[in-house]
Design a protein around this ligand. Structure first.
Ligand SMILES: Nc1ncnc2c1ncn2[C@@H]1O[C@H](COP(=O)(O)OP(=O)(O)OP(=O)(O)O)[C@@H](O)[C@H]1O
Ligand SMILES: [Mg+2]
Length: 607
């Protein structure tokens, strides 16, 4: 599935989203609820401040006692006392609000981080189990962008924004309640106007979704550019490509700017529009309010409370408007995250798979055809049988399909037609783990991870003993190299093992394959020429690796084909010849004979 083409179609199916996101919220539910509870008074306190203005205006300024009855008792509070208490009360409330705000921040961040981390963990597991075709199809940048940005956008702000909505909503409700209490006639006018102000929010959803998807793609492109600049830094320096890289990057920056601005153009008018509508509301309220006071329906204290509430109402309303806009982004990101969770790798275990425990008999290709995509079939109808203990060398034209053929054995890809069987069992019926445990691979470009040499070798078998490690080091002819390094096996390698030479990297990879002790070995020999001495060492290491194993080796060296029992010639995806060196050399105008004369014989002469 191509990630840059995803549509986040489920982004606004709220019940679907809720259902998917709930498992992540559930473990931290207690604190989420506590956070919401703490957030409520924060929102409500504005209303209380506005409410306290009424007694202040009517009784302190008006200088008369405040008389009211509560639960059948009549109370009377003196204006002097009120004048003394109310300012303290306001400060007290503000401090309480401050404390709750702190607690709220703490809880919000705690829960958000937890949720985000859980989502990221699952997303990482999803990525790590994806099949090879997924990685072929998607550039690194888009994967990194989907991994780094979406969970943050989606879950980090989720709790915060929901809480914003609740606090603003409750705050607004409190203020509206004060307004209703002060004058219900005026309150109706005010609230009606506010409702109108919210209509535009619903209209910009589509724009948000489109720009968010475009941003994801351009961020991915930028990250790919970074990665390639990093990995390809030598090529860039050697061919003076710096200016071109900058040009590409600048165009991506421009594109990102255009996308961001198109969102601003389409959404930034919302806030001023709401503000304008609100100001119309205030104007109407002032006019009607004056009439109500003059006619004696309303006290000036009521009016002061009302107008203060109305003005204070602007803040939660603005927050609410802003949050409802930005939460759209969260929904789009959430939609994209859960969409990823739904991608199932096309290579997976079938139900109750067989467990492969060693090779007893043979590996068989039965009329295997394979294509990476619809455009071109890479392998055509290949049939061959490799007996246990046999070494088969694959030779043929570049791009002919040798690497593809061996990649089918550990199921990096599945065959399109035909089948591959091990001891008569179709490899699609064998559990992936057990299949791959029985195969040790040394690739054409040997990938080492950041970390020590020891860690890199032990990846072959994390449970290997110290003696087995030593044995692997010895067999891979690494001892001499390690002796020269002050930290030996614990020498830390640069990213991708860049601090080692090509031949050294290869031997570390051979040690990694060796320690695995798998009965099947697949070797994609490096085409890059090593000098004669390193080549001889690598060759010795390889000889040790393939002893008593069943081996597929893509051969680029004379010595390798000389060591093989049989040779398979793969040209343009066809198995054209299969047999021993002597058999194939005897075919007149044979492909192998031609290849041998052109390529391998020369090497013999050189050595
Ligand atoms: N991941 C991929 N997606 C699509 N096509 C691919 C992929 N990998 C290889 N191909 C194509 O499949 C064909 C066979 O490639 P393959 O790597 O198997 O050749 P090869 O015989 O190993 O060549 P070489 O000797 O140069 O390593 C080529 O045409 C190549 O372009
Ligand atoms: Mg190859």
């Amino acid at each position: 599935m191509k990630l840059s083409k995803t549509k986040a179609n489920n982004s606004f199916r709220y019940s679907w989203l809720l259902q998917r996101v709930y498992p992540y919220i559930k473990p931290v539910m207690g604190r989420v609820i506590l956070g919401f509870l703490v957030a409520l008074p924060v929102g409500l306190l504005d209303g209380i401040v506005a409410f306290s203005l009424k007694p202040y205006m009517d009784f302190v300024i008006g200088n008369k006692p405040w008389e009211f009855s509560l639960f059948g008792h009549a109370y009377s509070i003196q204006p002097d006392f009120l004048a003394f208490v109310i300012p303290f009360a306001v400060v007290g409330f503000a401090m309480t609000q401050g404390f709750f705000k702190y607690l709220n921040s703490y809880l919000t961040n705690w829960t958000s981080q937890k949720i985000t981390n859980a989502v990221k963990r699952d997303l990482f597991s999803t990525f790590v189990y994806m099949d090879t075709a997924f990685y072929d199809e998607n550039a690194s940048g888009i994967i990194i962008s989907r991994y780094l940005n979406d969970p943050d956008t989606a879950s980090k702000n989720l709790v915060d924004k929901c809480k914003n909505i609740v606090t603003s909503f409750v705050g607004a409700l409190g203020l509206i309640f004060v307004m209703l209490y002060s004058s219900w006639q005026l309150a109706i006018v005010g609230v009606a106007v506010l409702c109108v102000a919210f209509v535009p929010v619903a209209l910009i959803r589509k724009v948000v979704k489109r720009t968010s998807n475009q941003t994801m793609v351009v961020n991915g492109d930028m990250t790919t550019n970074f990665n390639e600049t990093y990995a390809g830094n030598k090529v860039i320096s050697a061919y003076c490509l710096q200016k071109d890289r900058i040009k590409v990057f600048n165009s991506q920056v421009h594109r990102s700017f255009d996308i961001a601005m198109s969102l601003v153009k389409r959404s930034a008018w919302m806030s001023p529009l709401m503000y304008s509508i609100a100001s119309v509301g205030i104007a109407i309220v002032l006019a009607v309010g004056t009439q109500l006071i003059r006619s004696g329906t309303m006290t000036s204290g009521d009016f002061a409370s009302f107008v203060t509430s109305l003005l204070l109402l602007y803040k939660p309303m603005k927050t609410l408007g802003g949050t409802l806009t930005s939460i759209q982004n969260i929904f789009v990101a959430l939609g994209r995250v859960f969409e990823l969770f739904d991608i199932k790798p096309s290579i997976h275990d079938r139900e109750n798979p067989a467990i492969l425990d060693g090779l007893n008999d043979s590996i068989k290709f039965n009329n295997v055809s394979f294509a990476y995509n619809e455009e071109k079939t890479v392998l055509h109808n290949i049939s061959m049988e490799i007996a246990k203990g046999e070494t088969i060398a694959l030779v043929g034209n570049s791009g002919g399909g040798k690497s593809t053929l061996v990649n089918l054995i550990p199921r990096f890809y599945d065959v399109n037609e035909g089948s591959i069987t091990i001891d008569g069992v179709d490899i699609r019926d064998i559990s992936l783990n057990s299949l791959r445990k029985n195969i040790a691979m040394v690739f054409q470009d040997n990938f080492l991870f950041t970390g020590t040499i020891r860690e890199n070798i032990m990846m072959g078998d994390p449970n290997a003993s110290e003696e087995e490690l030593e044995q692997a080091v010895k067999s891979a002819h690494l001892e001499e190299m390690l002796a020269e390094m002050p930290d030996g096996l614990d020498t830390i390698l640069g990213e991708r093992g860049t601090t080692l030479s090509g031949g050294q990297r290869q031997r570390v990879a051979i040690a990694r394959a060796m320690i695995r002790k798998s009965p099947i070995v697949i070797l994609d020999e490096a085409t890059s020429a090593l000098d004669n001495k390193s080549e001889a060492i690598v060759q010795k290491a390889l000889d040790n690796l393939i002893q008593n194993k069943t081996v597929f080796v893509i051969a680029h060296r004379l010595s390798t084909i000389q060591n093989a029992h049989r040779i398979a010639v793969i040209n343009e995806g066809q198995l054209v010849e299969l047999g021993t060196h002597d058999e194939l050399m005897n075919i007149e105008h044979g492909q192998y004979r031609m290849l041998y004369e052109m390529q391998f014989k020369k090497q013999g002469a050189l050595v």
